[in-house]
Design a binder for this molecule. Structure first.
Ligand code: SF4
Length: 1020
């Protein structure tokens, strides 16, 4: 039975089985084989449910199986009949591990290696990519029944030394596998044959050949044989189907030869064309695809080489559907075109996000970047699961650590990993807190490492110390609970799956991550990936336990960690209502209302670069399949790429959008592939293939729409017509009313007129209060003073918080160095650092500053005597005059000292790292204003100004902290500073404030709104 996408092949097979069972056939007599593992658990349940709708509630044999799973069952049966232990399946990860080990041995042995690798391949032997390729080549040979000596012969005949070497390697590999079967990896007592997935079907065929009674029993059991997705079967699987079909009452083989896309993995749709005398049913009506989509599928399929059934597809219902092709000038513009189409479909036509997909030829080459661009444009995207090794995913790593503890006990490293990982979730700051608390609690003992203290804290026999803060106590209790549950399961002798489940269940992470995944966003995507990781871990556990005799927890953990190659993409993470972005291969077996086929570029889709890389696997397959030299290698690849496009088109129910780039932005020129032209001819919407590619497409997203409307409303006179401007204004008003950000002119930058032009203060006898520190700002830049004073200052700035902390610490003359440092550490965790490493660096720097201060204080005692610290200074330094404001100083001197002559010396402690120059120190406004205050008699401690000193604790030389001095204020200096202070006070009046560019601009918090910087081109 052949038929295109959505023609109901699977439904028909299921219906046939259900009808036979209803008519009295025993369910065990039905076997539905599928050529791919895509019938996942849910689909399998649906099919089984339909089969059992009228039948009994339970059957002895699963009715739906992949060919590999059936082959494994045959081998198990054969072993049972012979009284042998059951077979063991070597997972591809395990195979990779063995292959990599053997290759590493070859590299080490050099010229003495058992395999003679061609010289040009030697540098590649240690790479993951080479191991992967070699595994593929061996699998293709196994699927075609080519033994290692035969491979060597073929290599010699074809003049391909790499195939000869691969044949030698296959021989060594076989010997190793035989040895392993005698020793076993996870179960030393096991003596079971270990088989790779590619060997399963061949081994099952061998078992049937060796035991005709076994074949007869299977033939008599299976009365109804159904095969779905038969286009994905390799020749050996096809042989197995033929063997079984010969004994069945009815065998139905279904598939779509036009969707056979696993040629590179050995699939061969030949079985579908070999019905011989048996009837072939052709299904030509698609119940999924609307008319336009069916027409596009037909158009693309009709150009496949040769003749074939089921190339003509029509729609079974009256839906019209649409197919459109859009060409963009750049990848950015292409992403915008797609975002716009998806957003319109969702917002205007009401298509749920989950009913739309973006299909690409290759995720790494175009899908990942596209997914990011779509997210930015406001399209929720279901991210593909992580492509890294499973054991490295944080959630999986945490569960494996739990299992490690159950197997080998708890040590400091594991305790730390559990507490700070996804289970305990203790952040670095809280961890420091925990360290202090645990050390305090254990203070009576001899000093112990933090790691040891943590191990004790997680010991379920000890109570959690009472003074551990609540949140940390909760984390400790949770980790204890998880460890206890897993240990209990292991002690009860349950297999690794149960122990893993107990650990996972107790973490409570499932509920939290599901909730986060539903909320989407970055955290939601991460939660989705974490959940996928854990699901994959359970899948691996299931496979491991099912296929390993004597499966143990240690063996399972080793097994997962040995999976060095990335886990498969699987279903996209996140679930929820989001658009799937996935490769054409990953999209097989699924369907959506609206499918975007993106990146149909020359060189990318079709990709006719010969597969098989450095080992020439594809050429080998051609030789094995009898494709003689001289035949184009390009033609079969082109046909497979076309079939992949047919399959991608067939995923759509109603609408298809095809996009490509025609432009030369970036490093390479990009051209649409010839498939684009073919599809443009089949499109239902006017094609823009003949017009210029779109450069800046409009996206139906809030920010883009508001931006466009604002551009029209604010366009210079004469640029837009009045009625257009009025329409845009009306739409903006609607959006503003709906609360769309940026639509309300009240929020537009520079759209407000000044509320007043009155000065900030006025009148005679006005006294301006200035702090010495603002005097410097006012002198440097009055605008900065104004803006900082009115909200432009970042009060949460960690630098200013640190400065305050140091000043507070050094002001207490009673504290010893140890006390100061202890205080510093205790408040450190309250500070809003962005990163832990930065916090640690700064802590070290501040410790050094405190030591530098103590050194400076000790060194200066012979010339200075402390009068006070943090000394309040408040009083009028300049009385008001005619048209001149008076000035009152208000501030706090860090340290007030008295010199040998009894004069007061002002000391200002600085935490910055860059001292001012000696000349600038003489003009330092802050020191000068305090000196002026002393000279004017504001301080009760005296009126003789003895100079000022700036002590830079952040700049330490050989003599200690850097110091800059200001000379004692003279009578002339006093007059000069009175005038300057009055001038600064005058500058606070307004209504105009000067922006004066100065050395401090680089650190100015209001730089972004500074007109002087704008004039200098300091901002875009
Ligand atoms: S950037 Fe410079 S000129 Fe502008 S406000 Fe700040 S200090 Fe003044």
């Amino acid at each position: 039975m052949v038929g295109g996408p959505g023609t109901g092949k699977t439904s028909l097979l299921v219906g046939a089985a259900a009808a036979r069972i209803a008519a009295g056939l025993a369910p065990e007599s039905v076997l539905l084989l599928t050529g791919s593992a895509r019938l996942n658990a849910t689909a399998r349940a649906l099919v089984t449910g339909a089969l059992l709708a009228n039948g009994p509630a339970a059957v002895r044999e699963p009715m739906v199986r992949t060919v590999h799973s059936y082959a494994f069952a045959v081998l198990r049966l054969a072993a049972q009949r012979n009284g042998d232990p059951p077979p063991r399946l070597v997972t591809s990860a395990e195979q990779d591990g063995i292959i990599r080990e053997l290759l590493a041995g070859d590299v080490e042995d050099g010229a003495n290696a058992s395999v003679t690798w061609p010289r040009h391949l030697l540098p590649a032997l240690g790479t993951v990519g080479f191991a992967n390729e070699l595994r593929d080549l061996l699998a293709r040979c196994t699927e075609r029944g080519v033994e290692p000596p035969a491979l060597q012969r073929i290599g010699r005949r074809a003049g391909r030394p790499e195939w000869v070497a691969a044949g030698q390697f296959a021989q060594v590999y076989e010997q190793v596998m035989l040895l392993r079967s005698a020793v076993g990896m996870a179960a030393p007592q096991a003596t079971v044959p270990a088989l790779g997935a590619a060997e399963l079907v061949g081994a099952a065929l061998d078992a049937f050949a060796a035991d005709p009674a076994l074949l007869a029993a299977e033939r008599s059991r299976i009365r109804l044989l159904l095969v779905d997705d038969a286009q994905n079967l390799d020749p050996q699987a096809a042989l197995l189907v033929r063997l079984l079909a010969a004994g069945a009452q009815l065998a139905v083989v279904a598939g779509d030869p036009n969707e056979s896309v696993f040629g590179y993995r050995g699939a061969d749709p030949a079985l579908l064309g070999a019905a011989g005398d048996h009837p072939t049913i052709v299904l030509g009506e698609s119940h999924r695809c609307a008319a336009a989509v069916a027409r596009a599928v037909t158009g693309i399929a009709s150009r496949l080489p040769g003749v074939g059934d089921a190339r003509h597809l029509t729609s079974a219902d009256g839906r019209v559907g649409s197919v459109a092709v859009r060409i963009a000038a750049s990848e950015r513009a292409e992403a915008a075109v797609i975002a716009d189409a998806l957003r319109r479909a969702h917002l205007v036509d009401g298509v749920p996000w989950s009913q739309m997909a973006v299909v690409v030829r290759s995720m790494p080459r175009s899908g990942t970047g596209l997914a990011r661009a779509l997210t930015v444009a406001g399209v929720p995207v279901a991210q593909q699961a992580s492509a890294g090794p499973l054991a490295e995913m944080p959630a999986v790593a945490a569960l494996l650590t739990v299992l490690d503890v159950v197997c080998d006990g708890l040590d400091g490293e594991r305790a730390l990993a559990l507490l700070t990982g996804p289970i305990g979730r203790v952040d670095p700051v809280s961890l420091r807190q925990l360290r202090r608390t645990l050390r305090r609690v254990a203070s009576d003992d001899t000093p112990r490492e933090f790691a040891d203290l943590l191990v004790d804290a997680l010991d379920p026999r000890r109570p959690v110390a009472g003074d551990v803060p609540d949140q940390l106590a909760r984390a400790l209790k949770l980790v204890r609970k998880v460890l206890a549950a897993a240990s209990r399961s292991q002690a009860d002798g349950l297999d690794p799956r149960f122990t893993l489940w107990q650990a996972w269940h107790q973490t409570g992470l499932q509920r939290r991550w599901l909730a986060a995944a539903e909320r989407a966003g970055t955290a939601g995507n991460q939660a989705g990936r974490d959940l996928d990781g854990v699901t994959a871990l359970f899948d691996v556990a299931e496979q491991y336990v099912t296929h390993t005799t004597g499966a143990s927890l240690t063996g399972f953990v080793d097994h997962v960690r040995s999976m060095v190659l990335p886990v498969g993409g699987g279903e996209p993470a996140g679930g929820g209502d989001a658009v799937a972005v996935l490769s054409a291969h990953a999209a097989l077996g699924r369907e959506w209302e609206f499918v975007v086929i993106a990146g149909l570029q020359e060189g990318l889709w079709p990709n006719v670069v010969p597969r098989g890389g450095v080992l020439g696997t594809q050429q080998l397959v051609d030789v094995l399949d009898g494709i003689v030299d001289g035949t184009s290698t390009r033609a079969p690849l082109l046909a497979e790429e076309r079939r992949l496009l047919v399959a991608a088109l067939g995923r759509a129910r109603s609408r298809v959008l095809v996009t490509a780039v025609d432009g030369d932005e970036g490093d390479d020129a990009m051209m649409p592939s010839p498939f684009c032209d073919e599809l443009a001819a089949l499109a239902t919407e006017p094609s823009d293939a003949d017009v210029e590619p779109v450069r800046a497409p409009r996206v139906l997203a809030p920010a883009a729409v508001v931006g466009r409307l604002r551009a029209v409303v604010c366009a210079p006179d004469g640029v837009v017509a009045d009625d257009v401007r009025a329409t845009a204004a009306r739409q903006l008003a609607r959006l503003a009313e709906a609360g769309v950000p940026g639509a309300d002119p009240a929020h537009w930058y520079a759209s407000k007129t000044p509320s007043t032009d009155l000065p900030l203060w006025d009148g005679d006898e006005h006294v301006v209060t200035l702090s010495p520190s603002t005097l410097q700002t006012l002198s440097d830049c009055p605008l900065r003073w104004l803006l900082e004073r009115h909200g432009g200052d970042d009060a949460r700035d960690v630098r200013s918080a640190l400065g305050t902390l140091v000043h507070a610490l050094v002001s207490d003359g009673e504290k010893t160095e140890g006390q100061m440092l202890a205080k510093l550490e205790s408040v450190w965790e309250e500070l809003p650092f962005d990163a832990a490493w930065f916090a640690a660096n700064e802590l070290d720097r501040h410790r050094t500053m405190l030591s530098a201060f103590l050194q400076w204080r000790a060194q200066t005692r012979h010339e200075l005597t402390e009068v006070g610290t943090e000394v309040e200074v408040e009083g009028v330094v300049v009385p008001p005059g005619v048209d001149q404001p008076g000035v009152r100083v208000r501030g706090r001197v860090d340290r007030l000292e008295r010199d040998a002559e009894g004069r007061l010396v002002v000391v200002d402690v600085k935490t910055g790292k860059s001292p001012v120059t000696k000349d600038d120190a003489q003009q330092h406004a802050q020191l000068a204003m305090y000196q002026l205050a002393i000279a004017e008699g504001v301080l009760p401690q005296g009126d003789q100004a003895g100079g000022g000193r700036l002590v830079y604790l952040g700049k330490i030389g050989v003599a200690g902290a850097a110091e800059r001095d200001q000379n004692p204020m003279t009578a002339d200096g006093r007059e000069e500073w009175r005038a300057r202070v009055q001038q600064a006070a005058e500058a606070t009046k307004g209504p105009q404030f000067v922006a004066r560019v100065n050395d401090g601009c680089a650190h100015c918090p209001v730089r972004a709104t500074c007109p002087a910087q704008a004039a200098l081109g300091g901002r875009p």
